[in-house]
Design a protein around this ligand. Structure first.
Ligand SMILES: [Zn+2]
Length: 342
């Protein structure tokens, strides 16, 4: 392999495919080398914020995405979709790997229960701490990998006690909590409640440095910069870009995510999202890591997907070129490497 990524670029590498899983090996396996391939290989690219119920999910793998984290949808449909993918992966016919939150947990009458796009099956309105505990247990029963909490300060708002009960019961079950924050003050409330991830870079206000620094030590943010203007530099985009730049500088971990299903976004790798991450100051390693990182923080023991990313052209050194190059990745079964080698 001409180049390989595993938490950093390894350069020319020996890749072994066994049991449908590709791994980089330091020394040649017994039996020698089958062939060479002039391409870069990376872990399957992940979009950490999608809504499968609102898109053509079958277009994701052809668009270069190997894994998704669905952050809000009908839990029955999602668990069925994920089981289908897991079955295909187990039978050696690699498919899109699906992790999911299940329903949005929100206040009574809260976001997104009022939205036309929100399937009623995709929302649980919480009126009490007891409701919170029950809803988290229900999503866990559906096989959820994370719990999605909606904190929208411009609409009906959850009590702090209820938010904290969601986080406590999710953590008891080993599930991280990802929050939708929108409106002034909502990011601080998410931090107070102890959530683990933000589903979006906050865009409603410029966050104070102290809050950004505190979040960077214990939270991960899903980027979703491109939903603000789809390439136009809107005010919301600039606020989000500035928040993300400071979060990244403070050491915060950024996950590539697009909120696919929300607006005119390409079904696949979104080059504009990657270019926006470059604009927010992510360097080459953080940029690749945002896409190619194994999904730590989701349910432990999840089987790695059988799809890997492969790019058949040489890696550019310049950052803008790197973003464009990453967007050309193909998601392929690891076994296909063997067929492609010469
Ligand atoms: Zn979303």
């Amino acid at each position: 392999m001409a180049d390989a990524w595993a938490d950093g670029w390894r350069g020319p590498s020996l890749v072994q495919v066994a049991g449908g899983v590709a791994s980089i090996v330091e020394t040649a396996p017994p039996g020698g080398v089958d062939g060479t391939l002039d391409a870069a290989i990376l872990p399957g690219f992940t979009d950490s914020h999608v809504h499968l119920g609102l898109i053509d999910a079958d277009a994701l793998v052809p668009g270069g995405i190997a894994r998704v984290l669905d952050l809000g949808g009908d839990p029955t449909a999602l668990s069925a979709r994920a089981a289908r993918s897991a079955g295909e992966n187990a039978s050696g016919d690699p498919a899109l790997e699906v992790e999911y939150a299940g329903a949005f947990l929100t206040a009574t009458g809260g976001y997104p229960s009022t939205r036309s796009w929100a399937d009623p099956a995709a929302v649980r309105e919480l009126a009490s701490v007891e409701d919170a505990i029950a809803a988290v247990g229900e999503m866990h029963g559906f096989g959820a990998h994370v719990i999605k909490l909606a904190l929208h300060d411009d609409e009906a708002v959850l009590d702090g006690d209820i938010s904290r009960a969601v986080v406590a019961s999710a953590h008891e079950l080993g599930l991280p909590v990802v929050a939708h924050v929108e409106g002034r003050g909502s990011a601080a409330r998410a931090a107070d409640a102890g959530v683990d991830l933000l589903a979006h870079t906050p865009w409603s206000e410029r966050l104070p440095d102290a809050l950004v620094d505190a979040m960077a030590t214990r939270m991960r943010w899903v980027s979703t910069l491109d939903i603000h203007g789809w390439g136009e530099r809107t005010d919301d985009f600039e606020v989000a870009r500035d928040n993300l730049a400071r979060f990244h500088r403070a050491g915060g971990e950024v996950l590539y995510g697009t909120d696919l299903g929300n607006g005119p976004l390409p079904t696949g790798i979104n080059e504009r999202e990657l270019l926006a991450l470059v604009d927010a100051g992510l360097g080459a390693d953080a940029l690749v890591g945002s896409l190619a990182r194994p999904r730590s923080g989701t349910r432990p023991g999840a089987r790695p997907g059988g799809l890997i990313s492969i790019i058949p052209t040489p890696r550019p050194r310049e950052l803008g070129g790197l973003a464009a190059w990453l967007a050309t990745a193909q998601a392929v079964p690891a076994t296909e490497i063997q067929e492609m080698t010469s």
